[in-house]
Design a protein around this ligand. Structure first.
Ligand code: DPP
Ligand code: ZN
Length: 866
């Protein structure tokens, strides 16, 4: 296993500037002929060898400038690296022919077949599985591609850029050629061949260029592409208005495929999507799916500038394009839906997924220092914490300052492959500010903790805030202080804003901020909008939290105050549980929940989130030693007792938010009503009595949309019995049986259900006739959902851990990338009690000691055990 280091970056001696490819697709074999126009870099030695990446290729021939290369001129210096010895001309054409079998490619990297569709996935290092190439992002070339295939089975032939020619060939075959004028790294290459249906539309750019928009899927799914098309047009307009960025080609294609390791891929003008991130209809997709699809369509589209036009110099810089593009898609979604709701959802992801990653053996800075398998670094840290880091530039520099930085970034770097430092420099230079210290966000892993102490001097009318930051690095040392913005609001006793909001720039380990002329002691609203990805510590009582819940004008912090109240009660109950004492419900919490429930002036989506308990991953993060039994029981107790106290109000709110069954709407109001109604149903289901379960069953049987079906079925899956059986059977027969994506939901709901039979249920699902381990969506639905089933995945006897590891080892033989992702669910073992630690560790060791495990999966095992 070879580890690569960021510090070792060196440019190549030669570079490919033009790639010509011919794909000849046949029933069980595809021939790939490539012709690379290569140049030696100025100053590189004449006798320098030329190195090319290639993985699992069957090389049929190799020639330079038309002359076959004798085997003595080249050799595989590493398993995946071919070296052609020098001297070589200062410019030459290298031709190669390889044959591949896409039908047998279960890794879903390179060229493979998904259902009947031939497609490619090249990021990060998949292009080398198609043909020989300098497969690294700093090699940017123009591409010309010709595809030949059977006309009947593959009527649609696609690649990047514009189609320049097409026509018929002998034997029922046909061809198409494509030209992409923009130089691009090989990871953005794509080709597709298959029998696809499509929808078409157009977009007129602000400089009045007409862009053809085409979206392709299997024929039976074409009607589910309209939401994505609508989202795409919105994203194109938004990027023009917000960042002045216009689309640069005459055509933009999106193709949906069933089998895909990631969510989607931003290949130049030919985005390829996992069906789960593009197909939507009310019968098959939830409200959350609709929003997610809109966000991902935008994300991939936004990559055209942040990622494609300006790309990464090397893979260590991945957050350069991903953190930035996630930030952009988040801002887009905030503008399209509700800013506060979107922010709450995004912060929940950071806290429940990124914080644990940062607090475990897989912790890495947003710009990692080393990797064995790059695919393992497509993480929540690189993406989500990366986006929070971009958001901090935005908060520190302001909207206009940020825009100036973006403009300068494109002005300097359009058409090149750059680093995170280049981005930071553009932000600094455009605004004339010093962002040197800000680099620490790229260098240091770990979640900073910021402690706040406030003092108010009545006589002097002076408020002083003492902020202290600290951060443990994964190696156990102390990180150097970060540069971060802390947004603060100051509330008067009547709830109004006593002073204008401020952004405090914290740079020191300990820093005092003094504010003069403060007429009365304010209630502080700290870290508004979660202005930095940190854990905040500030002491306040339940009264003050209730005050903030009622008055803070920052919607995020209103929600946050409620979350803190919930957490306190749940954690107190978990402690009671561990000590063998009775659990209790805090009366102030019930009052607060009642008030939220009865406040009809609130936005319903926000009301729903305010009523939602913090999730278990989030709660576990603030336990010293995670005790899944105590935590889950305390969580269930708290929820059930709230439901018992407020049963009538919950039922009334549920009923008041029912929408007519005969007409479906998905505007913001309807989405809010469903959200609120289903949160109420969730509380009621915690009671588990016949009356509430009948309400759930009725909803499951009569739901006119997937949101309501999923909500009701989830409630019932956690309450096994007659109603649950009926609902799940109905779900399967009427909805899931013939739809892969709905089948995934049906599995996920059951795998996540906290019941005593959980392990038996997941094993049964695994053996279900429709289950196939070859489809990543199905795997994730079962395995990742089960790994989130805290009490039963972490059964103290280790049976859950063992079961999942059996599956991972099976999957690893087919699809290492997905197997490795799932193995990360065992990595955080140090957070648990001794028996669970031992059991998780034993499974990681078992993976490490298994012969033939892929490098992806091995890397996770090794890092976790280090
Ligand atoms: N397709 C993945 C994404 O868009 C990797 N680039 O984030
Ligand atoms: Zn991306």
């Amino acid at each position: 296993l070879k580890e690569k280091f960021r510090r070792d970056y060196t440019p190549t001696n030669y570079f490919v500037e033009q790639v010509n490819l011919l794909f000849q697709v046949f029933e069980d074999c595809t021939k790939v002929s490539s012709s690379l126009k290569v140049k030696r870099r100025d100053g590189a030695p004449e006798n320098a060898p030329f190195q090319l990446d290639g993985e699992g290729l069957t090389l049929q021939s190799l020639s330079i400038d038309g002359e076959t290369l004798p085997p003595s001129r080249y050799s595989w210096v590493e398993e995946d690296l071919l070296e052609i010895s020098g001297p070589l001309p200062s410019s030459f054409v290298l031709q190669s022919l390889v044959t591949t079998k896409p039908e047998e490619n279960t890794q879903l990297s390179g060229l493979y077949k998904s259902s009947s569709i031939y497609c490619t996935q090249c990021e990060a290092e998949g292009f080398r599985r198609i043909t020989l190439m300098q497969d690294r992002p700093d090699i940017m070339a123009t591409y010309e591609v010709r595809i030949e295939a059977d006309k009947e089975s593959c009527p649609v032939l696609l690649s990047n850029g514009n189609m320049t020619e097409n026509g018929d060939l002998e034997n029922g075959r046909h061809f198409a050629t494509y030209n992409d004028p923009f130089p691009k790294p090989s990871y953005l290459f794509a080709m597709v061949a298959g029998d696809l249906g499509f929808i078409r539309d157009t977009f007129v750019t602000r400089s009045e260029k007409v862009v053809a928009l085409n979206m392709y899927s299997e024929h039976n799914n074409v009607k589910k592409l309209y939401h994505a098309m609508d989202s795409l047009k919105k994203a194109m307009r938004w990027d023009e208005e917000t960042f002045g960025l216009e689309y640069d080609l005459d055509i933009f294609n999106v193709v949906a495929v069933n089998d895909f390791n990631m969510g989607a891929m931003e290949n130049k003008s030919l985005n390829i999507f996992n069906t789960s991130c593009v197909l939507a209809s009310p019968e098959t997709a939830t409200d959350a799916d609709y929003e997610r699809i809109q966000g991902i369509i935008a994300h991939e589209y936004f990559h055209n500038w942040t990622g494609n036009r300006v790309t990464c110099r090397d893979w260590f810089q991945l957050t350069l394009k991903e953190g930035l593009t996630v930030f952009r898609d988040q801002q887009f979604s905030m503008d399209m839906t509700s800013a506060a709701v979107k922010r709450i959802e995004d912060v929940n992801v950071v806290r429940s997924m990124q914080f644990p990653e940062d607090n475990g053996p897989m912790a890495h800075p947003i710009r990692p220092e080393s990797y064995i398998a790059m695919d393992n670094f497509y993480t929540v840290t690189v993406y989500r914490k990366g986006a929070e880091v971009i958001r901090m530039y935005h908060t520190l520099l302001g909207k206009e300052g940020f825009r100036k930085g973006m403009d300068l970034y494109f002005q300097r770097h359009d058409g090149s492959a750059v680093t995170c430092d280049d981005f930071r420099r553009a932000m600094a230079d455009a605004n004339g500010v010093d962002l040197t210290q800000f680099e620490r966000w790229y260098l240091q892993a770990g979640t900073p903790v910021v402690r706040c102490e406030a003092k108010y001097d009545v006589e002097a009318k002076r408020l002083s805030l003492l902020l202290k930051q600290s951060c443990r690095t994964p190696q156990g040392g102390d990180a150097l202080p970060f540069h971060m913005p802390i947004r603060v609001g100051f509330l008067a006793q009547d709830g109004s804003e006593l002073l204008p909001e401020r952004v405090l720039e914290l740079k020191e380990a300990s820093q005092e901020f003094v504010i003069e002329n403060v007429n009365s002691k304010p209630v502080l609203s700290l870290l508004r909008g979660f202005s930095a990805p940190i854990k905040l510590e500030y002491e306040r009582d339940d009264e003050e939290l209730a005050f903030l819940m009622a008055h803070d004008k920052d919607s995020f912090n209103r929600w946050e105050a409620g979350q803190l109240m919930f957490s306190r009660t749940i954690h107190a109950n978990a402690k009671a549980m561990q000590a063998g004492q009775a659990m209790q419900l805090n009366a102030k919490l019930v009052d607060a929940v009642r008030r939220t429930l009865l406040d009809t002036s609130l936005d319903k989506s926000l009301q729903a989130y305010a009523l939602t308990l913090p999730n278990l991953q989030n709660l576990a993060e603030s336990m010293e030693i995670v005790d899944p039994d105590a935590l889950v029981d305390a969580y269930k107790f708290t929820k059930k007792e709230i439901a018992r106290s407020l049963r009538d109000h919950l039922l009334k709110t549920y009923e008041a938010n029912l929408l007519p069954e005969d007409s479906f709407r998905n505007d913001a109001e309807a989405i809010g009503m469903r959200r609120l109604k289903n949160v109420c149903l969730g509380y009621l289901a915690a009671l588990g009595d016949k009356e509430v379960l009948d309400v759930c069953l009725k909803q499951a049987l009569t739901a006119n949309c997937m949101t309501d079906l999923v909500a009701a079925a989830s409630c019932l899956a956690a309450n096994p019995g007659e109603q649950s059986d009926k609902a799940l059977e109905h779900f399967y027969q009427q909805h899931a049986k013939d739809d892969n994506l709905v089948f995934c939901k049906w599995i996920a709901i059951q795998a996540a259900a906290c019941t005593d039979q959980a392990l038996e249920i997941v094993d049964k699902l695994f053996k279900h006739p429709s289950f196939t381990i070859k489809n990543p969506n199905i795997c994730r639905s079962l395995f990742i959902s089960f790994a989130g089933n805290m009490k039963h995945f972490h059964r103290a006897d280790g049976s859950g851990h063992r079961w999942l590891t059996d599956r991972i080892l099976e999957l690893d033989k087919l699809n290492p990338q997905t197997a490795a992702k799932i193995l990360t669910k065992l990595a955080g073992y140090k957070r648990f009690d001794a028996p669970r630690q031992a059991s998780m560790k034993a499974q990681l060791e078992r993976v490490r000691n298994t012969e033939g495990v892929s490098k992806d999966t091995m890397e996770i095992a090794i890092r976790a055990l280090a």
